[in-house]
Design a binder for this molecule. Structure first.
Ligand code: EPU
Length: 357
């Protein structure tokens, strides 16, 4: 008999913000590390496929899943301590990211305000190194604790071990987020005491200037950022979506120069490694896909990078649109877009986004 926190044949529609329908053979609602440790010792768990699920806000559910979906719902947030330069805070994996940021600000510990309003959980945040408005979670990560689901060992990964990059980490590069090798159980953040506003991001600076704010407080920055997000990313409860559907592509300086010569308004962001990041939203818009639908899905009219489910979409519909957009961008600009969401699928191959989308 499986423990009572495991349900069988569960509809996953409410567990993914794109609202794609599928069934999980088993869904375990994990509310403590002890529950997780007990489950992985259970004879019915061993040898079965498993998938570690956070808020489902960067997820593409590709079909029914045979095995265990581990819905990480462990609650808890606390101040661990401080030293001369930093405050240290811990968030359990199931904490809602946006609520956690709001709690830090309300408690008088600024730093995370640029990451206000991002959906998902604290435990998922480091996997794709969530970022927005000139900040990334990696700027504040100290360490994380994870349970090795095969061996039952608890491991601590220092921020350097996590090898974070743009929407990337060791966990993602190694495919551990797809294979369910580890479940992150707790994340520790360090917030510098000498707080400085990060307000150089174009839109943020423009909105502050418009409001006549020259020295924004953390609360004012959080407010501006929440308002900007709300304009561009629909509330998934009203219009299901998974945030940015494609990553901003990094290309060589030569290609960027050639593209900018042909399209002087193309936004380009030079990187420290000599490459140039392009605005995927601009490419999608200028390939003719902003506000355009294909079947029940479309690219959002306020932000061309956000793929929305207008009602009743299947994974196949999302795949068709993703392919059409990628082909249009490639045909017009010679740039390959890489999808951002993780794929929940039965077959290991389907987990490879570049193959299936
Ligand atoms: N743009 C267009 N058309 C559009 C939208 C934007 O041409 O429809 C242009 C804008 O003019 C701007 C550029 O594209 O010059 C960048 O747009 P924006 O500032 O909206 O940011 P983004 O690069 O599209 C990224 C993140 C978002 C994050 C915002 C804000 C990625 C893939 N996306 O979007 O993160 O909220 O910056 O910092 O890096 C997410 O990852 O799910 C996500 C929402």
């Amino acid at each position: 008999m499986l423990p009572d926190f495991v349900a069988s044949q569960v509809d996953l529609t409410p567990y993914n913000t794109l609202a794609l329908p599928a069934r999980a053979e088993f869904l375990a609602r994990i509310q403590s590390v002890e529950q997780l440790a007990a489950l992985i010792r259970h004879p019915e768990f061993s040898g079965r496929r498993r998938f570690v699920l956070g808020g489902g806000s960067n997820l593409l559910v590709a079909g029914d899943f045979s095995g265990f979906v581990l819905h990480m719902s462990i609650p808890g947030k606390r101040r661990i301590g401080e030293d001369a330069t930093h405050i240290y805070l811990a968030a359990a994996a199931g904490e809602n990211w946006s609520d956690f940021v709001a709690w830090t600000l309300a408690s008088g510990w600024p730093g995370l305000e640029n990451l206000s309003g991002i959906p998902g959980t604290a435990g998922a945040a480091p996997i794709q190194n969530i970022g927005a408005y000139g900040a990334e979670v990696g700027d504040f990560l100290q360490q994380l604790t994870a349970l090795d689901l095969a061996r039952g060992e608890t491991l601590v990964f220092d921020v350097r071990d996590c090898a974070l990059g743009y929407r990337d980490s060791l966990f993602k590069r190694e495919g551990w987020h797809l294979s369910g090798r580890y479940a992150i159980t707790e994340v520790v953040f360090r917030l510098p005491k000498n707080w400085r506003a990060r307000a150089t991001y174009g839109e943020v600076a423009a909105r502050l200037a418009q409001d006549g704010i020259t020295n924004p407080t953390p609360a004012q920055l959080a407010q501006v950022i929440t308002a900007l997000r709300a304009q561009k990313i629909p509330d998934p409860r009203q219009l299901p979506n998974a945030g940015s559907f494609f990553q901003n592509p990094k290309v060589s300086a030569e290609l960027a120069a050639a593209l900018q010569h042909a399209h002087p308004r193309l936004p380009c962001y030079p990187q420290s490694d000599g490459s140039v990041k392009l605005a995927a939203a601009w490419l999608v818009e200028h390939a003719g896909w902003k506000g355009r639908n294909l079947g029940p899905v479309g690219m959002y009219e306020q932000q061309a990078l956000v793929l929305v489910n207008r009602g009743g979409a299947s994974c196949r519909d999302v795949q068709n649109l993703s392919r059409a957009v990628r082909e249009a961008v490639f045909a017009r600009f010679g740039v390959s877009l890489v999808p951002e969401p993780v794929i929940l699928a039965d077959s290991g191959d389907a987990g490879n986004t570049s193959l299936s989308l």
